[in-house]
Write a protein that binds this ligand. Structure first.
Ligand code: ZN
Length: 181
């Protein structure tokens, strides 16, 4: 399961609309395995196939679970979601601003408005229909990855240039920047 190079935002590939997956094959499982390896190696919480140069509608998201037990001593469990041909089936009217970064735009974070809650439908890696009801950070990461499938980057959602910041290593924002997708 090799870690693959991440496509950066100066590459026009990232602006391409990815194509729908027609058939779930072993090659697709290999792609997903590589995406998981690549995302984890980069400390990301999500990745779209286009970010490793494959223009197919495949996303993965792995965010820490938000539970009531605020025990900081142990890392929170993470659930890996892999979705093929993901679509937003439902989205809340409520919009929430939140800090985002992108593995394809290293060194920058910004405040991005997103639907607070969404339901995403698509196929799982076995080709079965899945629906994911998500809110908060999981909903945000899913929207970010679905955008990648359509050639959209988080900076496209930021109208005010003052809401994009450069991250200097060791600064406070670096913690937030760990939420790279
Ligand atoms: Zn991204």
């Amino acid at each position: 399961m090799p870690v693959r190079p991440i496509v950066l935002s100066d590459n026009p590939l990232l602006r391409r609309k990815s194509r729908r997956v027609r058939r779930v094959t072993p090659a697709l499982q290999q792609l997903i395995d590589d995406m998981v390896e690549t995302m984890r190696a980069a400390n990301g919480i999500g990745l779209a196939a286009i970010q490793i140069g494959v223009p197919e509608r495949v996303i993965i998201v792995e965010v820490p679970e938000e539970n009531e037990d605020e025990n900081q001593e142990h890392p929170r469990p993470r659930t890996l979601h892999a979705v093929i041909n993901p679509e937003l089936a439902r989205k809340s009217r409520e919009i929430e601003d939140g800090i985002e970064g992108c593995l394809s735009i290293p060194g920058w974070i910004g405040e991005v408005p997103r639907h607070r809650a969404v339901t995403v439908k698509g196929l799982d890696p076995q080709g079965r229909a899945v629906r994911i009801k998500a809110e908060g950070l999981l909903a945000r990461a899913l929207q970010h990855e679905i955008d990648h499938c359509d050639g959209i980057l988080f900076i496209d959602h930021i109208k005010d240039p003052e809401k994009i910041w450069r991250v200097v290593e060791g600064e406070e924002e670096a913690a937030e920047a760990a939420r790279l997708v």
